[in-house]
Design a protein around this ligand. Structure first.
Ligand SMILES: NC(=O)c1ccc[n+]([C@@H]2O[C@H](COP(=O)([O-])OP(=O)(O)OC[C@H]3O[C@@H](n4cnc5c(N)ncnc54)[C@H](OP(=O)(O)O)[C@@H]3O)[C@@H](O)[C@H]2O)c1
Length: 297
């Protein structure tokens, strides 16, 4: 099958390409050059923000299925530049969805727990989004673009993505391990409830949703455990045998441009019932993260 992945240099997209390569004919799309380890996939340099190049690449490839994982994910950066956030997160999804519609290709667009305001999480798929801030609002509009423009599309929401894959970009989880390993203290928000998602697990669920189901509409595909970031950091420290200091901080004490949902987190019962790749409980995911980490050069 011809399967395309946007955001292929990213945490989730990179994992998806690695899982697909060799099993399908794969087109990986990203901006600029490929930063993935070489493999049996083709690369397209396509800007999601320019209104047409991702659409053109998908049409030329004659994609049969598309995992749309590309996005501007810098939450405060989106707040600083809402036009860029709109161009990429809404316009980029529009390009991808238009191509899927023209090709009658199946689309799974990846989205976020940030579409909820964090007043009363954890949230299920039927809860009504109330996005706050430019990242959250553009991601929510991107969801609608996917669902409206590509008939039968699914939206897979994930949260706090992390990966130990060599070359994967730094995240909260990798910073915890690196700082504690150097003997430095780590600050972690004590009042943000989240559903951390190991990229490999999120990608596996998204690909199964894409290629093995016809599920249309929203599905929560995050990790299975809702916990605060201090608890997450402590579990990471315990698994890595690191003794350093984890300093709890409240969100209001830190100057952040964009608002953060506090009582967030995603309910994943539907994904657990629908998919063979189940949402992983946090300690199981950390175990796999630890194994990924040990394979780093
Ligand atoms: N990371 C999280 O904690 C998190 C949480 C909830 C939901 N999500 C969602 O999960 C999906 C995957 O994100 P991720 O975690 O894999 O984050 P990521 O590592 O930041 O990946 C996003 C990818 O999109 C690419 N991108 C950004 N602007 C682009 C443009 N104009 N044209 C083409 N590509 C562009 C980035 O390219 P560069 O690598 O060149 O910057 C990056 O590779 C996104 O939909 C995101 O909103 C992520």
């Amino acid at each position: 099958m011809r399967v395309a992945v946007t955001g292929a240099n990213g945490l989730l997209g990179g994992e998806a390409v690695a899982q697909l390569a060799g099993r399908h004919q794969v087109l990986a799309l990203g901006r600029g050059p490929c930063r993935l380890s070489p493999g049996p996939f083709a690369w397209a340099d396509a800007d999601l923000g320019d209104g047409s190049s991702a659409e053109r690449a998908l049409l030329a490839f004659r994609a049969e299925a598309v995992l749309h994982a590309g996005a501007l994910t810098d939450v405060d950066g989106c707040e600083r530049d809402p036009e860029a956030a709109w161009r990429v997160n809404v316009g980029g999804t529009e390009q991808v969805a238009r191509a899927c519609r023209r090709l009658s290709a199946r689309l799974v667009a990846v989205s976020t727990d940030y579409v909820f305001d964090g007043e009363a999480g954890p949230y299920g798929e039927d809860d009504v989004p109330n996005p706050r801030g430019a990242y959250a609002r553009t991601k929510r509009c991107g969801e609608e673009a996917a669902l409206l423009l590509a008939p039968g599309a699914a939206v897979a929401r994930v949260a706090v993505v992390y990966s130990g894959r060599p070359g994967a970009k730094p995240t909260f989880a990798t910073r915890v391990v690196e700082k504690l390993s150097r003997g430095e203290p780590v600050k972690a928000f004590s009042d943000q409830l989240v559903s951390p998602t190991l990229a490999a697990n999120g990608a596996a669920m998204c690909l199964e949703l894409l290629l093995e189901t016809r599920h249309a509409g929203v599905l929560h595909a995050s990790g299975a455990t809702v916990l605060d970031r201090v608890d997450f950091a402590r579990r990471l420290a315990r698994r890595f045998g690191l003794a350093g200091e984890i300093v709890p901080v409240r969100t209001a004490e830190v100057k952040l441009l964009a608002p953060r949902p506090l009582r967030g987190g995603l309910r994943v019962d539907r994904a657990a019932a629908l998919l063979r790749n189940r949402p992983l409980p946090v300690d199981e995911a950390i175990e796999r993260f630890h194994a990924e980490w040990r394979r780093r050069p």
